[in-house]
Design a protein around this ligand. Structure first.
Ligand SMILES: Nc1ncnc2c1ncn2[C@@H]1O[C@H](COP(=O)(O)OP(=O)(O)OP(=O)(O)O)[C@@H](O)[C@H]1O
Ligand SMILES: [Mg+2]
Length: 169
């Protein structure tokens, strides 16, 4: 698939990751149309994919426990009425995903076909099944624990997010 535009950011610490998540949540909430988006989260073990997702879910009003979907593959969150434009959030972790039949049997195909926000850790493990992403976020860890962040837009909606995020502090 083609990448429309790429941006690089640096998160000096986890507070920077949190403030990025808050900006992204605000953009999604203000979306002109109901959100139907896939965001891929790339990066090695411990890069911060789940941390970013947790900060995003908190910023989208999720107050209960936010589990890492490592074992279940999927954790789903229904958002409050303030976040109606975002609808449901599906947080996938495909690290242990190996059975292609599960894609159909567990209803993942249906989730990706439906509106809502789909966040995927280890999307490469479900390559060939995942639809094209709207936004890809690639994290890498520096020696000082800061995170290098590469954002790639894969759709018009992803491009809108990427360009709006650029303007945030
Ligand atoms: N700038 C930062 N952004 C995100 N996380 C950070 C940052 N600095 C430190 N951390 C810490 O790094 C760890 C990231 O762990 P996390 O579980 O989010 O990684 P992950 O990418 O989901 O790994 P896995 O592939 O195992 O699922 C957390 O303990 C988090 O507090
Ligand atoms: Mg994780």
């Amino acid at each position: 698939m083609s990448i429309l535009e790429t941006r690089r950011l640096l998160w000096a610490d986890e507070a920077a990751c949190e403030s990025f998540a808050q900006s992204l949540a605000a953009l999604l909430r203000r979306s002109a149309t109901p959100v139907n988006a896939s965001i891929e989260l790339h990066g090695p073990l411990g890069a911060g994919k789940t941390s970013l997702t947790r900060h995003l879910l908190r910023a989208l009003g999720v107050s209960g426990r936010i589990k890492s979907p490592s074992y279940a593959v999927l954790e789903s969150y229904a958002l409050g009425p303030e976040f109606a434009q975002v609808g449901e959030v599906s947080h996938f972790d495909f690290y242990r995903f190996s059975d292609a039949r599960e894609w159909e049997d567990a209803g993942f195909r249906d989730i990706f076909a439906a509106p809502g926000l789909k966040l995927s850790e280890w999307p490469d493990k479900a390559a060939g099944m995942l639809p094209p992403f709207d936004l890809q976020i690639c994290l890498s860890v520096h020696d000082d624990e800061s995170r290098e962040v590469e954002l790639c837009a894969g759709s018009a909606f992803g491009l809108t997010l990427l360009q709006a995020l650029e303007g945030e502090p």
